[in-house]
Design a protein around this ligand. Structure first.
Ligand code: ZN
Length: 505
């Protein structure tokens, strides 16, 4: 017990990834939809001496403790003493950023609309809007107080956030349901309210899936919130989906599950973006790829990642996985979502489902409500598997190429009464360390084995029990690699000729 307590103290005191528990941040905003104006007051208190950086670009009438202040490059840096209170007042004209939308009936704020700290912090948010609005934000529960002219929403959320978002509309129809003790809410525009039941039904299915696969859902509430802007965002405790897409059938079948999975990866274990974004890769892998695999289409899904890599990533667009932050073009998508999903798939293949999911559960339990980076993922997998994975993570995260492998000198011989298959695997760029699955077909059955390759040219000798009819390397697209031109797999057939010709299949 004491040992556990000591470990806990060390984590809290010395980890740079812990959240700013010594800060209390209250934010009170009033939104004037008529004039598209937001008036805000941020009240910050500290329980120890700190220096805080706030992003305040585009704010007007900016004062700190009633003194006018001029930001430097959009930031203000303020020291705060223990017990001191900083009061930041500001105004902001909305609708001059494409992440904001405001009209008489709707307010969507997903950009910088409050003095944002560059660290995780718990916010206490209150928003006042004209009467008739229904508002939602990151919250476990929402308290509403109405007057004759306005409604004031106070959001209870005792968890740290990396950003704060707001969705409000006069046209919302709210429906509720629950899964275990999790409150499920649907905020759809009147004309789309018919979708609420389907979305809540699927939400329950995904919550059950991921609680079973990973750990309990991190929050008390999950809301599906329709947005005027064409977004597909997952925020802590809710998802914001654009009205242009909510009717599309694939949204409930894939995107909704993807956003719900982000509640674990990205929205409770937060991404340390400076160190690279790992969250899209694991979410893509355990959502989109996983659903394809459940339909028996996992192989096709992974092959498509490699086809897309060929199509979109050339020398101009090549980048390392570690440098991926956000997706702005198809090449970044292939790398940050696709190649990264394959990095996790290869780990799963190497260590098996039990160790793979045990590692993710450990990772979530250790890093919930904190920032985590690739190093933390590596550390967790090393602890669970007992293996040094420095080379594995280094080659896949830092290199900007992917393996390019061919087979040469294929021979089938009988030597001293043994049937031997020999071939040379050639890596055409600097060699990766890989565990390549090789499938050998005979008339009767097929067998698969893993071959570890580490060098540029590696001769492989396999002893066979019966003559092969076909040999395929990486039949199920388990290894991220360059596909040969016009080709899918590295394979060769027997029967027609015992040649070293590598054909496609
Ligand atoms: Zn995502």
């Amino acid at each position: 017990m004491l040992k556990n307590l000591l470990i806990l103290l060390i984590v809290i005191n010395f980890s740079p990834l812990a959240w700013a528990k010594n800060i209390h941040y209250g934010l009170d905003v009033t939104i004037d939809t008529q004039n598209q104006k937001l008036t805000g007051t941020a009240s910050i208190t500290a329980t120890e001496e700190r220096t805080l950086n706030f992003f305040v670009a585009n704010f007007s009438k900016l004062t700190v403790n009633e003194k006018t202040i001029t930001p430097k490059q959009g930031y203000i840096t303020l020291p705060i003493q223990s017990g001191q209170k900083l009061v930041i007042n500001y105004e902001l004209i909305l609708n001059n950023e494409n992440t904001h939308f405001i009209d008489q009936n709707n307010v969507f704020l997903t950009g910088r609309w409050y003095p944002q700290l560059d660290e995780l912090v718990e916010y206490q948010l209150s928003v006042t809007l004209p009467n008739g609005f229904i508002a939602t934000s990151e919250a476990d529960s929402v308290d509403v107080r109405k007057t004759k002219t306005s409604s004031r929403f106070t959001f209870q959320f005792n968890h740290p956030l990396d950003s704060l978002n707001l969705a409000a509309s006069k046209n919302y129809i709210v429906k509720t349901d629950s899964y275990k003790s999790i409150k499920i809410e649907a905020y759809f525009f009147q004309e789309d309210a018919i979708l609420a039941d389907t979305y809540m039904k699927y939400s329950k299915k995904y919550l059950a899936m991921y609680e079973n696969m990973l750990t309990p859902y991190p929050y008390k509430r999950f809301a599906i919130v329709e947005n005027i802007l064409p977004t597909g965002f997952g925020m802590p405790s809710y998802t914001l989906l654009g009205r242009a897409v909510v009717h599309l059938p694939f949204i409930v079948k894939t995107s909704l599950g993807h956003e719900i999975l982000h509640e674990w990866f990205g929205n409770s274990v937060f991404v340390d973006y400076e160190q690279g974004n790992w969250a899209e890769g694991i979410t893509n892998y355990l959502a989109d790829q996983h659903y394809a695999a459940m339909r028996g289409e996992g192989k096709a899904y992974r092959k498509q990642i490699m086809v897309d890599y060929n199509a979109y990533v050339n020398n101009n667009h090549a980048m390392s996985v570690k440098s991926f932050k956000l997706r702005h073009n198809p090449a970044q998508r292939v790398i940050g979502y696709g190649k990264t999903a394959m990095i996790f798939h290869m780990l799963r293949k190497q260590f098996g489902d039990k160790a793979f999911f045990a590692a993710w559960r450990d990772f979530i339990q250790t890093y919930s409500f904190r920032l985590a980076a690739w190093n933390e993922i590596q550390k967790t997998f090393e602890t669970v598997t007992g293996k040094n994975l420095a080379n594995y993570f280094s080659q896949w995260l830092n290199r900007t190429d992917i393996p390019q492998i061919t087979a040469e000198n294929v021979e089938l011989q009988v030597i001293q009464g043994k049937l031997l298959l020999t071939f040379t695997l050639v890596q055409h760029n600097a060699p990766y360390q890989l565990q390549l699955p090789i499938t050998i077909y005979t008339n009767e059955n097929k067998t698969q084995q893993l071959i570890e390759i580490t060098s540029k040219r590696q001769q492989i000798t396999l002893t066979l029990d019966e003559p092969p009819t076909k040999v395929v390397i990486d039949e199920n697209y388990d290894i991220m690699r360059q596909l040969a031109p016009n080709s899918t797999n590295i394979s060769w057939n027997y029967g027609q000729a015992k040649s070293s010709y590598c054909s496609s299949s």
